[in-house]
Write a protein that binds this ligand. Sequence first.
Ligand SMILES: Nc1ncnc2c1ncn2[C@@H]1O[C@H](COP(=O)(O)OP(=O)(O)O)[C@@H](O)[C@H]1O
Ligand SMILES: [Mg+2]
Length: 371
Amino acid sequence: MSSEFAVELRDVVKKFITPEGNELSAVDHVTMQIKNGEFFSMLGSSGCGKTTSLRMIAGFEWPTEGEVFIEGQPMGHIPPFQRKVNTVFQSYALFQHMTVAQNIGFGLEMEGVEKSEIKKRVGRALEMVQLTGMERRQPKQLSGGQQQRVAVARALVKTPSVLLLDEPLGALDLKLRKEMQLELKALQQQLGITFIYVTHDQEEALTMSDRIAVMSKGKVQQLATPVEIYERPTNKFVADFIGESNFLEGVIKEISKDEATVYVPVLNAELKGMPMSPDFVNGEEVAVSMRPEKIRIVEREADGDTLFKAKVLNSVYIGSDTHVYVDMQGARLKVMEQNRISRLDPSSFYSKEQMITLLFMPENTLILKKG
Ligand SMILES: Nc1ncnc2c1ncn2[C@@H]1O[C@H](COP(=O)(O)OP(=O)(O)O)[C@@H](O)[C@H]1O
Ligand SMILES: [Mg+2]
C-alpha cells in the first residue's frame, strides 16, 4: 500500500446552489486523514454535510475546492467504479425481483466475471455476513436486519479497501440496531478493511468507532477518539452535542502549565486545578463545563472549595438513573445519579426544596471557549 492513509480529504469545499438560488457550502474546508484499517465515523445532525463528504470520497460528487486522496492518489474526476471504495446506502437499494445471491453477484456479473467465480465470491460474502443458506430468498422474504446484511455483502463482494456506510442502520429498531452495531464492528475488525461510517446517532458513533469527526454546518468541530471526544471536548458545541453538559460562566484567574484556577461568580468560588488546552489567557471569560454524571451528591457540609450547596428543583426517576435538577444561586444544573440501590422506598428520592451538597472534582470540570 502506497500511503499510510486509506482516505484523505485536504481542505475540501463543496458548494451547491439551492433551489432558491443561494450558494451553500455543504462542506466547508474539511480536512481529515483516515488511517488504513480504521473504523472512522462522521457524526453530526441532519444537514451538516456527512453524506456530501461521503459522496465525494465515492466519486458521486466532485469537490468545488480541495482534493480527495485514496491510498495517497489524488482522485480528481476519477469515476466511482474506478475507485477502491464501495458504498452501503441508507436505503439498502436491493433489487426486489432478484434473489439474495443475484443481488450480491450483480456487480460482478456486470464486470463480466466468470459464473463459477461469482458463485464462489457470493458464497464467501454470505458467510461474512452470516447469511449462508439464504441465497435463493428474495429481499421481501428477509427481516430488516437480514436485508441490511445483504446490502453489506453486496458491497464487500467487490473486495473494496474502503467501505463507505451512510446511516446503514437507520431503518432498524433500537434493539436490532444495537446488535448490528456490534456485528458490523466485529466484521470490520475481522476483515481489517477501512470503514467510513456516517451517522447522526452519537451513541452509535461512540460504540463503533476508532475515531470520530464531529461535524456541524459543513465543518469538522473535533476529530479524535470516542474517549477524547467525550472526556475532553474542545469546544462548547462538542461538549453539548455529545452527551450532556452543564455550563457555568467563569473567569480565568491563574494559569500554570495545563491547569487553571477559575473564578465562578454564581458559586462565589475559585475552582482550582482544572484541565485546559493551551490557548487560554489570564482574565479570559470562559465556560466551565460539567457532565451531569460526574457531579456527585454527597452527605457532607459545603466548604466552598469543591463542595457546594444546591437546592433540589426536581427529581426524575428514569429506571437506571435518577436525574436531579438543582438551583445554585440562579444557575440551573442537572445531576445524574445511578440507581445502584432499589428506589422502591419513596424516601430514597430527593425532595423538592431539599438542600444538598454537590462535589465538583477539578479533573471532571473542563474549561472551554465561551463561543
Ligand atoms: N445536490 C444538492 N443540491 C443542493 N443542496 C444540497 C445537495 N445535496 C446536499 N445539499 C445540501 O447540503 C447540506 C448538507 O447535506 P448532506 O451532506 O446531505 O447532509 P447530512 O448527510 O449530514 O444530513 C444540506 O443543507 C443539504 O440540503
Ligand atoms: Mg445524510
